[in-house]
Design a protein around this ligand. Structure first.
Ligand code: FES
Length: 80
């Protein structure tokens, strides 16, 4: 993980609950790839705004993750 990714990960996604981007990425990596699933796993969307502010961001993350998967090179099995 490079520095840019670390800084990115500290960005809050759900402001009401103070949930950072990296928390969502962890769950996405673990296989939760739906809005409902992420909301449940992280508690996002249960804050005072009712998810008005974080929902579009979560959808963006899911889109991002999906695109990354599609563009990811096939796994290599090189050993150093
Ligand atoms: S920002 Fe997520 S519930 Fe308000």
């Amino acid at each position: 993980m490079d520095q840019k990714e670390i800084i990115e990960g500290l960005k809050p996604i759900c402001l009401c609950k103070g949930i950072k981007k990296k928390v969502f990425l962890k769950h996405i990596a673990a296989g939760i790839q739906t809005l409902a699933g992420l909301r449940k796993a992280t508690g996002a969307g249960s804050g005072s705004c009712g998810g008005k502010r974080c929902t579009p961001r979560i959808l963006d993350l899911l889109k991002e993750a999906e695109e990354k998967e599609h563009h990811a090179p096939p796994p290599h099995h090189h050993h150093k």
